[in-house]
Design a protein around this ligand. Structure first.
Ligand code: PEP
Length: 283
Protein backbone atom coordinates (compact mmCIF):
# COMPACT_ATOMS: atom_id res chain seq x y z
CA UNK A 1 0.00 0.00 0.00
CA UNK A 2 1.45 3.40 -0.88
CA UNK A 3 1.95 5.73 2.02
CA UNK A 4 -0.29 8.77 2.05
CA UNK A 5 1.41 11.99 1.00
CA UNK A 6 2.49 14.10 3.94
CA UNK A 7 2.63 17.70 2.86
CA UNK A 8 3.69 18.83 6.29
CA UNK A 9 7.12 17.21 5.81
CA UNK A 10 9.03 19.07 3.15
CA UNK A 11 12.37 17.80 1.87
CA UNK A 12 14.91 18.76 4.53
CA UNK A 13 17.65 20.41 2.56
CA UNK A 14 16.93 20.94 -1.11
CA UNK A 15 14.07 21.69 -3.43
CA UNK A 16 11.96 18.78 -4.63
CA UNK A 17 10.46 19.12 -8.05
CA UNK A 18 8.61 15.85 -7.93
CA UNK A 19 5.00 15.65 -6.85
CA UNK A 20 4.31 14.30 -3.39
CA UNK A 21 2.16 11.59 -4.93
CA UNK A 22 5.18 9.99 -6.61
CA UNK A 23 7.26 10.22 -3.44
CA UNK A 24 4.48 8.53 -1.51
CA UNK A 25 4.75 5.51 -3.78
CA UNK A 26 8.12 4.51 -2.31
CA UNK A 27 7.03 1.36 -0.62
CA UNK A 28 9.05 0.59 2.50
CA UNK A 29 11.40 -2.37 2.18
CA UNK A 30 12.77 -4.43 5.07
CA UNK A 31 15.47 -6.92 4.15
CA UNK A 32 16.91 -9.58 6.45
CA UNK A 33 20.58 -10.30 5.75
CA UNK A 34 21.31 -13.61 7.44
CA UNK A 35 24.97 -13.44 6.37
CA UNK A 36 26.77 -16.80 6.98
CA UNK A 37 24.13 -18.07 9.40
CA UNK A 38 21.29 -20.60 9.14
CA UNK A 39 22.91 -22.07 6.04
CA UNK A 40 21.82 -25.64 6.70
CA UNK A 41 18.39 -26.02 5.09
CA UNK A 42 16.93 -27.61 8.23
CA UNK A 43 18.09 -24.68 10.40
CA UNK A 44 16.80 -22.11 7.91
CA UNK A 45 13.46 -23.86 7.66
CA UNK A 46 13.13 -24.13 11.41
CA UNK A 47 13.62 -20.37 11.74
CA UNK A 48 11.56 -19.29 8.77
CA UNK A 49 8.63 -21.45 9.79
CA UNK A 50 8.62 -19.68 13.15
CA UNK A 51 8.32 -16.20 11.64
CA UNK A 52 6.61 -16.59 8.29
CA UNK A 53 2.96 -16.39 9.32
CA UNK A 54 3.35 -13.24 11.38
CA UNK A 55 5.74 -11.69 8.85
CA UNK A 56 3.36 -12.46 6.03
CA UNK A 57 0.63 -10.42 7.69
CA UNK A 58 2.66 -7.20 7.66
CA UNK A 59 1.58 -6.39 4.14
CA UNK A 60 2.26 -2.65 4.02
CA UNK A 61 6.01 -3.14 3.59
CA UNK A 62 8.09 -5.32 1.31
CA UNK A 63 9.75 -8.11 3.32
CA UNK A 64 12.83 -9.83 1.95
CA UNK A 65 14.76 -12.73 3.51
CA UNK A 66 18.33 -13.25 2.29
CA UNK A 67 19.67 -16.66 3.40
CA UNK A 68 23.00 -18.22 2.43
CA UNK A 69 22.96 -19.85 -1.02
CA UNK A 70 22.78 -23.33 0.53
CA UNK A 71 19.40 -22.58 2.12
CA UNK A 72 17.85 -20.48 -0.63
CA UNK A 73 15.87 -23.23 -2.34
CA UNK A 74 14.41 -24.47 0.95
CA UNK A 75 13.52 -20.96 2.10
CA UNK A 76 12.04 -20.07 -1.28
CA UNK A 77 9.79 -23.12 -1.10
CA UNK A 78 8.75 -22.38 2.47
CA UNK A 79 7.82 -18.83 1.49
CA UNK A 80 6.25 -19.65 -1.86
CA UNK A 81 2.68 -19.18 -0.64
CA UNK A 82 3.49 -15.92 1.15
CA UNK A 83 4.17 -12.35 0.07
CA UNK A 84 7.67 -12.55 1.57
CA UNK A 85 10.38 -12.43 -1.08
CA UNK A 86 13.77 -14.12 -1.11
CA UNK A 87 17.08 -12.42 -1.87
CA UNK A 88 20.67 -13.51 -2.38
CA UNK A 89 23.63 -11.99 -0.57
CA UNK A 90 25.91 -11.67 -3.60
CA UNK A 91 26.40 -12.80 -7.21
CA UNK A 92 28.99 -12.69 -9.99
CA UNK A 93 28.57 -10.32 -12.93
CA UNK A 94 29.12 -12.98 -15.59
CA UNK A 95 26.30 -15.34 -16.53
CA UNK A 96 28.49 -18.46 -16.59
CA UNK A 97 32.02 -19.63 -17.12
CA UNK A 98 35.24 -20.44 -15.34
CA UNK A 99 34.50 -18.74 -12.01
CA UNK A 100 34.87 -21.49 -9.43
CA UNK A 101 32.59 -21.05 -6.44
CA UNK A 102 30.60 -18.20 -7.94
CA UNK A 103 26.85 -17.87 -8.57
CA UNK A 104 25.39 -15.80 -11.42
CA UNK A 105 22.26 -13.71 -11.83
CA UNK A 106 21.11 -16.20 -14.44
CA UNK A 107 21.26 -18.93 -11.79
CA UNK A 108 19.52 -16.83 -9.16
CA UNK A 109 16.69 -15.59 -11.37
CA UNK A 110 14.48 -18.62 -10.77
CA UNK A 111 15.19 -18.70 -7.05
CA UNK A 112 14.86 -15.14 -5.81
CA UNK A 113 13.88 -11.59 -6.74
CA UNK A 114 16.48 -9.51 -4.90
CA UNK A 115 20.23 -9.56 -4.51
CA UNK A 116 22.42 -7.66 -2.05
CA UNK A 117 25.45 -6.21 -3.84
CA UNK A 118 28.57 -4.54 -2.48
CA UNK A 119 27.99 -5.28 1.18
CA UNK A 120 30.86 -3.78 3.17
CA UNK A 121 31.85 -7.19 4.51
CA UNK A 122 32.36 -8.30 0.92
CA UNK A 123 34.01 -5.06 -0.18
CA UNK A 124 36.45 -5.60 2.70
CA UNK A 125 37.58 -9.04 1.54
CA UNK A 126 36.40 -9.20 -2.06
CA UNK A 127 39.24 -7.60 -4.00
CA UNK A 128 38.63 -7.22 -7.72
CA UNK A 129 35.08 -8.56 -7.53
CA UNK A 130 33.98 -5.83 -5.12
CA UNK A 131 35.29 -2.63 -6.68
CA UNK A 132 32.76 0.04 -7.69
CA UNK A 133 33.30 -1.01 -11.33
CA UNK A 134 32.65 -4.68 -10.54
CA UNK A 135 29.57 -3.78 -8.51
CA UNK A 136 28.34 -1.74 -11.47
CA UNK A 137 28.68 -4.83 -13.67
CA UNK A 138 26.78 -6.86 -11.06
CA UNK A 139 24.00 -4.26 -10.95
CA UNK A 140 23.64 -4.44 -14.73
CA UNK A 141 23.62 -8.25 -14.69
CA UNK A 142 21.05 -8.34 -11.89
CA UNK A 143 18.73 -5.94 -13.70
CA UNK A 144 19.15 -7.82 -16.98
CA UNK A 145 17.86 -10.95 -15.26
CA UNK A 146 14.94 -9.24 -13.54
CA UNK A 147 16.54 -9.13 -10.10
CA UNK A 148 16.34 -6.03 -7.90
CA UNK A 149 19.79 -5.07 -6.66
CA UNK A 150 20.15 -3.82 -3.09
CA UNK A 151 23.37 -1.82 -3.43
CA UNK A 152 25.22 -1.22 -0.16
CA UNK A 153 27.17 1.97 0.34
CA UNK A 154 28.65 3.60 3.42
CA UNK A 155 31.70 5.26 4.89
CA UNK A 156 34.06 3.88 7.52
CA UNK A 157 34.81 5.50 10.87
CA UNK A 158 37.92 7.34 9.70
CA UNK A 159 36.13 8.76 6.69
CA UNK A 160 33.25 9.86 8.87
CA UNK A 161 35.57 11.55 11.36
CA UNK A 162 37.47 13.32 8.58
CA UNK A 163 34.26 14.67 7.07
CA UNK A 164 34.64 12.57 3.92
CA UNK A 165 31.26 10.83 4.07
CA UNK A 166 29.58 12.82 1.33
CA UNK A 167 32.40 12.52 -1.20
CA UNK A 168 32.91 8.82 -0.51
CA UNK A 169 29.29 7.68 -0.45
CA UNK A 170 28.26 9.75 -3.46
CA UNK A 171 31.22 8.23 -5.34
CA UNK A 172 30.07 4.73 -4.46
CA UNK A 173 26.54 5.54 -5.65
CA UNK A 174 27.77 7.06 -8.90
CA UNK A 175 30.05 4.08 -9.51
CA UNK A 176 27.37 1.47 -8.87
CA UNK A 177 24.81 3.14 -11.11
CA UNK A 178 27.20 4.34 -13.83
CA UNK A 179 25.78 4.11 -17.33
CA UNK A 180 22.33 2.86 -16.36
CA UNK A 181 19.24 4.17 -18.06
CA UNK A 182 17.07 6.26 -15.71
CA UNK A 183 14.44 3.52 -15.68
CA UNK A 184 17.07 0.98 -14.62
CA UNK A 185 18.42 3.25 -11.89
CA UNK A 186 14.93 3.74 -10.51
CA UNK A 187 14.60 -0.02 -10.03
CA UNK A 188 17.64 -0.21 -7.75
CA UNK A 189 17.44 -0.15 -3.96
CA UNK A 190 20.31 1.55 -2.13
CA UNK A 191 21.23 0.57 1.43
CA UNK A 192 23.10 3.26 3.34
CA UNK A 193 25.18 1.33 5.85
CA UNK A 194 27.87 3.28 7.68
CA UNK A 195 30.54 0.68 8.43
CA UNK A 196 30.99 1.87 11.99
CA UNK A 197 27.34 1.05 12.70
CA UNK A 198 27.29 -2.50 11.32
CA UNK A 199 27.17 -5.11 14.05
CA UNK A 200 28.45 -2.66 16.66
CA UNK A 201 25.26 -1.79 18.51
CA UNK A 202 25.98 1.88 17.66
CA UNK A 203 23.41 2.91 15.10
CA UNK A 204 23.62 6.25 13.33
CA UNK A 205 21.10 8.80 14.49
CA UNK A 206 18.03 8.82 12.25
CA UNK A 207 18.60 12.49 11.46
CA UNK A 208 22.22 11.90 10.41
CA UNK A 209 21.24 8.92 8.25
CA UNK A 210 18.48 10.99 6.67
CA UNK A 211 20.97 13.79 5.91
CA UNK A 212 23.54 11.45 4.34
CA UNK A 213 20.84 9.84 2.22
CA UNK A 214 19.66 13.26 1.07
CA UNK A 215 23.08 14.72 0.26
CA UNK A 216 25.14 11.68 -0.68
CA UNK A 217 22.62 9.34 -2.29
CA UNK A 218 19.58 11.18 -3.65
CA UNK A 219 21.59 14.24 -4.74
CA UNK A 220 24.07 12.35 -6.97
CA UNK A 221 21.22 10.25 -8.37
CA UNK A 222 19.36 13.47 -9.16
CA UNK A 223 22.45 14.91 -10.84
CA UNK A 224 22.85 11.86 -13.07
CA UNK A 225 19.33 10.65 -13.67
CA UNK A 226 17.04 13.53 -12.71
CA UNK A 227 14.98 14.34 -9.67
CA UNK A 228 12.15 11.99 -10.58
CA UNK A 229 14.50 9.02 -10.41
CA UNK A 230 16.15 10.35 -7.25
CA UNK A 231 12.80 10.48 -5.54
CA UNK A 232 11.68 7.10 -6.87
CA UNK A 233 14.69 5.09 -5.67
CA UNK A 234 14.14 3.36 -2.36
CA UNK A 235 16.89 3.91 0.17
CA UNK A 236 17.30 1.78 3.27
CA UNK A 237 19.30 2.45 6.40
CA UNK A 238 21.40 -0.39 7.81
CA UNK A 239 23.54 -0.67 10.93
CA UNK A 240 22.51 -2.00 14.35
CA UNK A 241 18.80 -1.68 13.68
CA UNK A 242 16.59 -3.36 16.28
CA UNK A 243 12.91 -3.65 17.10
CA UNK A 244 13.45 -0.89 19.65
CA UNK A 245 15.18 1.69 17.46
CA UNK A 246 13.62 1.17 14.01
CA UNK A 247 10.64 3.53 14.40
CA UNK A 248 12.47 6.89 14.31
CA UNK A 249 14.40 5.76 11.23
CA UNK A 250 11.17 4.96 9.44
CA UNK A 251 9.73 8.31 10.46
CA UNK A 252 12.45 10.09 8.47
CA UNK A 253 11.24 11.32 5.09
CA UNK A 254 14.17 9.92 3.06
CA UNK A 255 14.50 6.50 4.73
CA UNK A 256 12.40 3.81 3.08
CA UNK A 257 13.27 0.80 5.15
CA UNK A 258 16.19 -1.11 6.59
CA UNK A 259 18.75 -3.77 5.80
CA UNK A 260 18.99 -5.78 8.99
CA UNK A 261 21.79 -8.13 10.01
CA UNK A 262 21.98 -9.45 13.56
CA UNK A 263 18.43 -8.59 14.57
CA UNK A 264 17.03 -10.50 11.59
CA UNK A 265 18.21 -13.77 13.14
CA UNK A 266 16.04 -13.40 16.21
CA UNK A 267 12.40 -14.43 16.48
CA UNK A 268 11.48 -10.87 17.47
CA UNK A 269 12.50 -9.76 13.96
CA UNK A 270 8.76 -9.79 13.33
CA UNK A 271 8.38 -7.03 15.95
CA UNK A 272 11.06 -5.01 14.16
CA UNK A 273 9.18 -5.26 10.86
CA UNK A 274 5.84 -4.54 12.52
CA UNK A 275 7.26 -1.48 14.27
CA UNK A 276 8.77 -0.32 10.98
CA UNK A 277 5.47 -0.69 9.15
CA UNK A 278 3.59 1.21 11.83
CA UNK A 279 6.11 4.04 11.88
CA UNK A 280 6.14 4.27 8.08
CA UNK A 281 2.37 4.34 7.98
CA UNK A 282 2.20 7.34 10.25
CA UNK A 283 4.73 9.55 8.51
C1 PEP B 1 24.36 -5.59 7.79
O1 PEP B 1 25.28 -6.39 7.89
O2 PEP B 1 23.91 -5.27 6.69
C2 PEP B 1 23.84 -5.00 9.02
C3 PEP B 1 23.13 -3.92 8.93
O3 PEP B 1 24.17 -5.65 10.18
P1 PEP B 1 23.62 -5.30 11.66
O4 PEP B 1 22.14 -5.05 11.54
O5 PEP B 1 23.95 -6.49 12.47
O6 PEP B 1 24.34 -4.07 12.09
Amino acid sequence: MPRPPNHSRPHPSRAVSLSESVVSMRRPILAANWKMNLGRPEDALDFVRRIRYALNEIETVDRIVCPPFTAMAAVAEALAATSIAVGAQNMHFEDKGAHTGEISAAMLAGLCRFVILGHSERRADGGALETDAAINRKVRAALAHGLTPIVCVGENLVQMEKGETQAFVSGQVAGALDGLAPEQASRCVIAYEPLWAIGTGKAATPADANRVITLSIRAPISDRFGETVAQAVRVQYGGSVTADNIAPFMAMPEIDGALVGGASLKPDYVDLVRNAAEAAGSR
